[in-house]
Design a protein around this ligand. Structure first.
Ligand code: KG4
Ligand code: ZN
Length: 372
């Protein structure tokens, strides 16, 4: 990659050249099985780049995690994240190309997360992706990070038809989405307070299990008794929305009242309560829309109990359950490239004057809808 890859906002906002800079000069990219997309992800605390062929084949995937940088603060510090993205992005993109054994001339399009996420962190990736698209004369395509999580299962499993019910569970989001086709989503339910991953992180911090909390609780829970404490399962029989903040409070109250309780038992009982709710709600959603399959996405989809319980529920109900591999559950750029490949086929390239959208929703949210 050339050193003149600038990440300045001037470059990011410069003009509307995406269509005219496309290789071959066509007005719409003919996206196909040979289209190689470079994905870039910088929305939170992972700097990632990946090359994906034909929307599904991961040729290379590099993730540089900032976990160690943020661990001492017990959570992501936005300014630290932006600076670390700036330092890591060029080497990460170069690694992705080197791992794939290709040069920039083989790349057909650059896809990048434009939202939701931390504004400073997003802008690093968006500016770099636009600069690369200009320098390499290939289309730029802005990708919704949440939509990309939906696509992480397709990387491993391919298409199984529609409608699908997607349980998207990450640190910032918990939602049930009906996917009626590529790019066609309907929100079925969501958390009314904390995201499931946020509950894992907060409970882990309270129990001193470390950061990020999800994997720490998951590991501790394997050694504990899930029936030791009957934590509440909020809104279990009530629609498709969810609530996790009462559960988090129940955990802290219990531990304060019973200081001798083992943290493995607390972790196991907490994990069981979260998973019970997620599985019950997903099952109900799948029955309501008569889904052909259930797809999991987002960091919490790496949870061991959620994976086994959802698979068992799918088998009992006669529905296919697609689980992304664990490394594709948490933030990565392969899912960005995959979603970018689909977006490119449906909408064509994004204009180079789109910005970053920290609160971008999944539903009815093409990047273009957020211009201005
Ligand atoms: O999707 P992701 O990498 O980033 C966001 O977009 O939020 O998700 C990160 C979240 C964190 O809250 C983390 O604690 C949680 O996913 N997580 C897990 C597990 N691995 C990651 N939660 C439960 N069990 C896990 N094994
Ligand atoms: Zn994510």
């Amino acid at each position: 990659m050339s050193n003149d890859m600038s990440m300045s906002n001037d470059m990011a906002m410069s003009n509307d050249m995406a269509v005219t800079t496309m290789r071959g000069g066509a007005g719409q990219l003919g996206v196909g099985p040979d289209t190689l997309v470079l994905g870039i992800e910088t929305s939170c605390d992972e700097t990632a780049a990946a090359l994906v062929l034909g929307g599904t084949d991961v040729v290379s995937s590099v993730v540089s995690s900032q976990i160690d940088l943020h661990a001492e603060f017990g959570g992501v510090v936005p300014e630290v994240a932006s600076r670390a993205h700036l330092e890591s992005l060029n080497p990460v993109v170069e690694r992705a190309l080197a791992d794939a054994g290709v040069g920039p001339e083989r790349v057909d399009a650059v896809a990048c997360t434009v939202g939701p996420g931390l504004i400073g962190a997003l802008l690093v990736g968006v500016s770099a992706a636009k600069a690369l698209s200009l320098a390499w004369e290939v289309p730029f395509v802005g990708v919704n990070h949440l939509e990309a999580h939906l696509y992480s299962s397709f990387l491993d499993h391919g298409d199984i038809g529609f409608p699908l019910v997607v349980l998207l569970v990450s640190g910032g989001h918990t939602m049930l989405v009906e996917m009626r086709g590529h790019g066609d989503y309907r929100l079925l339910g969501r958390t009314i307070d904390d995201a499931a991953g946020e509950a894992f992180d907060k409970v882990a911090r309270f129990l001193d299990l470390g950061y990020p909390g999800g994997p720490a609780i998951d590991a501790a829970a394997e050694l504990g008794d899930p029936e030791h404490i009957a934590f509440p399962r909020a809104m279990m029989h009530d629609g498709l929305d969810m609530s996790f903040s009462g559960l988090k409070t129940a955990v802290t109250n219990h531990v304060r009242r019973h200081p001798d309780v083992g943290s493995a038992d607390v972790a196991a009982s907490f994990r069981a309560a979260v998973v019970d709710v997620l599985v019950a709600k997903t099952r109900r959603a799948a029955a309501e829309v008569d889904a052909v399959g259930i797809v999991l996405g987002g960091g919490v989809a790496a949870n061991a109990l959620l994976r086994t319980e959802m698979t068992a529920a799918g088998a009992a109900d006669g529905r296919t359950v697609l689980l992304p591999s664990r490394e594709m559950c948490t933030d990565n750029a392969a899912m960005i490239a995959a979603a970018g490949w689909h977006r490119l086929g449906v909408d064509g390239p994004s204009p180079l004057d789109i910005g970053a959208f920290p609160t971008m929703p999944l539903v009815s949210s093409t990047p273009e809808a957020h211009r201005g």
